[in-house]
Design a protein around this ligand. Structure first.
Ligand SMILES: N[C@@H](CCC(=O)N[C@@H](CS)C(=O)NCC(=O)O)C(=O)O
Length: 213
């Protein structure tokens, strides 16, 4: 299998961390792309987004929740617990993905020309970011649960938030979440996701130069 990924993409990182957690690094080669400019990716994913997983039969899977489920079924391990707890893990995954999406949209929207409409759009993203962070802080039991897909999604989104929007200083008012995150990002799956060359992934031929996403 080949994973098309971009190094800074939180959704790509979620999948990279999942591959490490699921012990599948030997089965996945990595192709680094810039989804904004690399039209070769569109052959596999018409939306031209990362992550995209190219399977050995030539078909492709996207987006990241679908890829995560596929990899989970392949592995002898699991990041989606059986039974009703699956919904907790999947809800957490959606919260993490929703946070990452809001941070990306806020960043992109703020690049545009300033007007009232834009202010409203940015305010809406900031409301989503604050509400997701507050929800995660207010019911902290999940922080003590065994690692599942939701933990990976949340940690990758927080990492992206830290790097992309440090001015939001999210940790100051959410001490539990910040303590959990700064500990969790030291786990080996998160470290390899941030720097995949340190894992046992094969880099594939089509690799492109690093471009910021
Ligand atoms: N819901 C998708 C989101 C994927 C996504 O937005 N990826 C971004 C990089 S973080 C991308 O490829 N953007 C290029 C574009 O929007 O054209 C997922 O979970 O995979």
């Amino acid at each position: 299998m080949q994973l098309f990924y971009a190094p800074r993409s939180p959704f790509s990182r979620k999948i990279l961390a999942a591959i490490v957690e699921l012990d599948l690094t030997a089965q996945v080669g990595l192709v680094r792309v810039d989804p904004w400019t690399d039209e070769a990716l569109r052959r596999h994913n018409p939306a031209c987004k990362v992550p995209t997983l190219l399977l050995d039969d030539g078909s492709a899977l996207f987006d990241s929740p679908v890829i995560a489920r596929y990899l989970d079924t392949l592995s002898g391990h699991t990041l989606i617990p059986p039974g009703p707890q699956a919904w907790d893990a999947l809800r957490r995954e959606a919260l993490g993905d929703g946070l990452a999406e809001a941070v990306i949209r806020r960043f992109v929207d703020r690049l545009g020309p300033h007007d009232d409409r834009l202010d409203r759009v940015v305010a809406r993203q900031e409301a989503a970011i604050a509400a997701i962070l507050d929800r995660l802080e207010a019911a902290p039991d999940w922080m003590r649960a065994p690692t599942d897909l939701g933990h990976l999604a949340i940690a990758c989104a927080l990492d992206y938030l830290d790097g992309r929007s440090p001015e939001l200083a999210w940790g100051a008012q959410r001490r539990l979440l910040a303590a959990w995150f700064y500990d969790f990002r030291g786990t080996s799956s998160m470290k390899i996701a941030a720097n995949p060359e340190t894992g046992s992934f094969r880099a594939m031929d089509q690799a492109r130069p690093l471009v910021e996403v």
